[in-house]
Design a protein around this ligand. Structure first.
Ligand code: TEU
Length: 543
């Protein structure tokens, strides 16, 4: 396999509105991020994926872009952006911009023009039809909005304030490519491409994802914007199978570096109610899915590894234990992920094991997906009761990940001097960065150790490139796998339960590299007769 610099990189996602507010307006901002670069450098990360900071009416927190080449005043200005890029670079940290290319805001000048009349030159930048069809919006309700002025419907896969761009129009591709190249010239290190599987769709045939024009469009984009540059690109692809992932990330095809797949992330969703009614956690199924992805590529693709992002509930609350075993289970999930082949992504707050939140009132939530889905499922279809829906919100709503970052135990968790745009998780008094930095056994330092291990001379190649083999596939509480590279063998072993688990594995430990519970005497580990404590996780070399 051809080694690439981003194979061994670790990415940290910043959701700017909730990260750090320097101005006191209750919204995080770019100077706030700059003030935390030392903190991120200390963690050991190489890249920041910056969720959108462009000019936006914030109907979907910046995923509704009104101008791709301007910074929203809530976040600062273009000088701040240049500062962020430069100051991050001084710490060997690259910035990945979030490209939302499936849709714009309805406040984008292209759409404002497009709505004017049917013969406006920008009309074909968007998708207009005389008749709507049955395609639904991902946020609930139909994917069509009627415009009474020009008497046609426009298409939107997300909110009606997020009209889909018409990628059939070559002018759209050209404008977007120019914009991307402009960002490359600003010195960014790469891009995350939002719902990229939705471009190239054929809505009249009912095809919204993985459409026939998707890969040709990405190949054109690669030639125009990425080729020959030191850049990393990751696509968000909810519908990817390993075969589809190779179409994007096989280096010979010259499209993207890697994609996020979501097969594991939707494992516990209900067949009818989706994320709003989750099913029991099934470790055997999780192991099956992740192992399939671990063994799918042989240089013809690359994994992006993640438990969390701004759309998903907190892993420690979802499949870990956010009570008694919060720290142990957070470290366990970190170990499992960073032990795998691929490029790991950490979502802000994950490194201190921030948890889901439970607000009493629907009004305390902000996310448009929550609001629209409530409207559809509780008020219109009546398929879920208010109580059932709130349980779903507590388990899987996106706002679980979006409560402000918990920096310390002062007022507003040190996030802002003003009134935060979204309520804090009240547990910030206990769970915060200052406390984590003060405790050498904190989850933060466990992440730091994992990152350092991946970058070490001795074990880095095995962790990044080693082959993967699942052990104990049917075990319902233990996740164990081997990594092997040029004669070196690492065992990653984790008890994903609150009960001790006794195992006998026919291997001999050479050295324990990392143990989330840090037992006193590491030499005693005997795999033929081992009892793992609740949520204990180990990485060791095998003799
Ligand atoms: O998310 C894509 C997306 O489809 C998610 O909204 C997801 O399907 C949903 O949470 C599942 O119920 C991306 C962004 O990450 C998200 O924040 C944006 O809202 C969305 O695209 C639109 O740009």
């Amino acid at each position: 396999m051809n080694k690439q610099w981003w194979h061994s990189a670790v990415v940290y996602q910043v959701y700017p509105r909730s990260f750090c507010d320097s101005s006191g307006d209750g919204n995080g901002d770019l100077p706030g991020i700059i003030s935390k670069l030392d903190y991120l450098e200390k963690l050991g990360i190489d890249l920041i994926w910056l969720s959108p900071v462009y000019l936006s009416p914030m109907k979907d927190n910046g995923y509704d872009i009104a101008d791709y080449q301007a910074i929203d005043p809530r976040f600062g200005n273009m000088d701040d952006m240049r500062q962020l890029i430069a100051q991050a670079k001084q710490r060997n940290i690259g910035i990945m911009m979030d490209l939302v290319l499936n849709h714009t805001s309805d406040q984008h000048r292209w759409f404002i023009q497009a709505k004017q009349s049917r013969d406006n030159p920008y009309r074909d930048y968007y998708i207009w039809r005389d008749q709507s069809n049955s395609i639904g919006s991902i946020f609930g309700g139909p994917a069509w909005q009627y415009d009474s002025n020009t008497q046609q419907h426009y298409f939107h896969l997300f909110a009606d304030a997020q009209p889909d761009l018409n990628w059939e129009n070559p002018a759209v591709a050209e404008e977007i490519q120019q914009m991307i190249s402009w960002w490359v010239d600003q010195g960014v290190a790469g891009f995350r491409l939002d719902v990229i599987d939705l471009i190239g769709k054929q809505i009249d045939q009912g095809i919204t994802e993985n459409g026939p024009r998707l890969h040709p469009l990405l190949q054109e984009m690669h030639q125009a914007c990425f080729k020959g540059k030191k850049l990393v690109t990751v696509g968000e692809t909810w519908g990817a199978t390993p075969e589809i992932a190779k179409l994007y990330s096989d280096p010979r095809r010259e499209e993207l570096s890697m994609v996020f797949q979501f097969e594991h992330a939707a494992l516990d969703w209900h067949p009818e109610h989706g994320k709003w009614q989750v099913q029991d956690f099934d470790l055997v199924a999780l192991k099956r899915v992740l192992s399939k992805w671990q063994t799918a590529f042989n240089g013809d693709g690359w994994n992006a590894l993640f438990w969390n992002n701004h759309d998903l509930p907190r892993i420690v609350s979802r499949w870990g234990n956010d009570g008694k075993y919060r720290e142990a289970s957070a470290k366990l999930f970190a170990t499992l992920l960073h032990g795998m082949q691929g490029t790991p992504y950490i979502y802000q707050g994950e490194e201190i094991a921030m948890t889901n939140v439970q607000f009493d009132h629907l009004d305390d939530y902000h996310d448009i997906e929550i609001k629209n889905s409530y409207q559809e499922k509780v008020l219109e279809q009546k398929s879920l009761s208010h109580q059932q829906f709130m349980q779903g919100v507590y388990k899987s709503a996106r706002d679980n990940a979006r409560t402000p970052m918990q920096w310390d135990n002062s007022e507003n968790a040190g996030f802002s001097r003003g009134q935060p745009w979204l309520k804090l998780n009240p547990n910030y008094a206990q769970i915060n960065v200052a406390a984590a930095l003060d405790n050498p056994n904190s989850v933060y330092y466990h992440y730091q150790r994992l990152i350092a291990l991946r970058k070490s001379e001795e074990y880095g190649d095995t962790l990044v490139y080693g082959s993967y083999q699942l052990l104990l596939a049917e075990h319902q509480q233990v996740f164990a796998y081997l990594r092997q590279y040029q004669g070196q063998r690492l065992l990653v072993l984790a008890n994903v339960s609150a009960q001790p688990q006794t195992l006998n594995l026919d291997y001999q430990v050479e050295k324990v590299l990392l143990d989330n519970l840090q037992p006193e005497d590491e030499s005693k580990i005997d795999l033929t007769q081992l009892t793992l404590a609740p949520y204990q996780a180990l990485i060791c070399t095998l003799a």
